[in-house]
Write a protein that binds this ligand. Structure first.
Ligand SMILES: CC(C)(COP(=O)(O)OP(=O)(O)OC[C@H]1O[C@@H](n2cnc3c(N)ncnc32)[C@H](O)[C@@H]1OP(=O)(O)O)[C@@H](O)C(=O)NCCC(=O)NCCS
Length: 209
């Protein structure tokens, strides 16, 4: 049903990392970051057909924004802009989506993410993912979060390994990325696995301390 998504919209934060719904006015920054990061992002994303600069222009964001908004309204996803709040200003530096949400007996979602290479290595995405997973298991009413990663993507595998996701599958020719059908490793986490520790954010705080 439209407009009745548990846990959406939401704003989540830990230190300088803020997750919030996208705004129409994010187009210019989103486009600048995406275009500056073409080489960094293209090997890992299922991109729409067309030149990168065009698919990631401020104009294209209008369509991306509408798509995200529609899917979120339908309860199919929770698309967060990942921002850094530093020196009194907030800037968009990445993206984290809980997508393919299926409820009832499955109550599961897939997480996808990226961050601007200029802020990589600061733990922004592990923090964002931990916040989003706790939110999904709490207000979002979900039970399981899955992340699928190309075996070659060591930085992304480190994100889920540091958070203690279980490696549980090897999907052959799983997704069409960067010109071919790419194998993926499947990682997952269910709410029971973090409940006793007070959630994934509590676990992540202990890991990074
Ligand atoms: C994967 C990704 C989201 C990680 O985000 P992040 O906020 O940098 O995560 P972390 O800070 O925890 O760093 C993760 C790992 O990246 C590596 N790393 C750190 N700084 C880096 C840099 N400047 N450049 C490349 N890799 C770096 C390290 O191996 C680090 O692991 P470590 O903590 O054991 O040292 C980010 O690398 C990215 O956006 N990559 C391109 C898009 C992508 O792969 N998306 C995921 C698809 S499944």
């Amino acid at each position: 049903m439209l407009g009745s998504t548990p846990g959406w919209p939401a704003v989540l934060a830990d230190g300088p990392v803020v997750l919030r719904p996208y705004k129409r006015s994010d187009g210019r920054t989103w486009s600048e970051v995406r275009i500056a990061n073409q080489k960094w992002l293209a090997p890992w994303e299922s991109a729409p057909p067309g030149p990168w600069a065009e698919m990631n222009s401020a104009r294209a964001f209008g369509y991306v924004y509408q798509d995200m908004k529609r899917a979120a309204r339908r309860g199919e996803s929770m698309p967060f802009a990942v921002c850094l709040q530093e020196n009194g200003t907030e800037r968009l530096v990445g993206h984290l989506n809980l997508g393919n949400i299926v409820r009832r007996a499955f109550s599961s979602a897939y997480a996808g993410y990226w961050v601007d290479s200029r802020v990589a290595g600061r733990g922004v995405i592990p923090t964002a993912l931990a916040l989003a997973v706790d939110h999904a298991f709490g207000a979002g009413g979900l039970h399981r979060i899955e992340v699928n990663i190309r075996p070659e993507n060591k930085p992304s595998r480190r994100v889920v390994e540091k958070l203690g996701f279980r490696e549980e599958a090897y999907h052959q020719r799983y997704m069409h990325i960067d010109g071919g059908w790419r194998d993926h490793l499947g990682y997952a986490l269910t709410s029971e696995e973090v409940a006793a520790e007070g959630g994934l954010m509590a676990r992540w705080r202990r890991v990074r301390a």
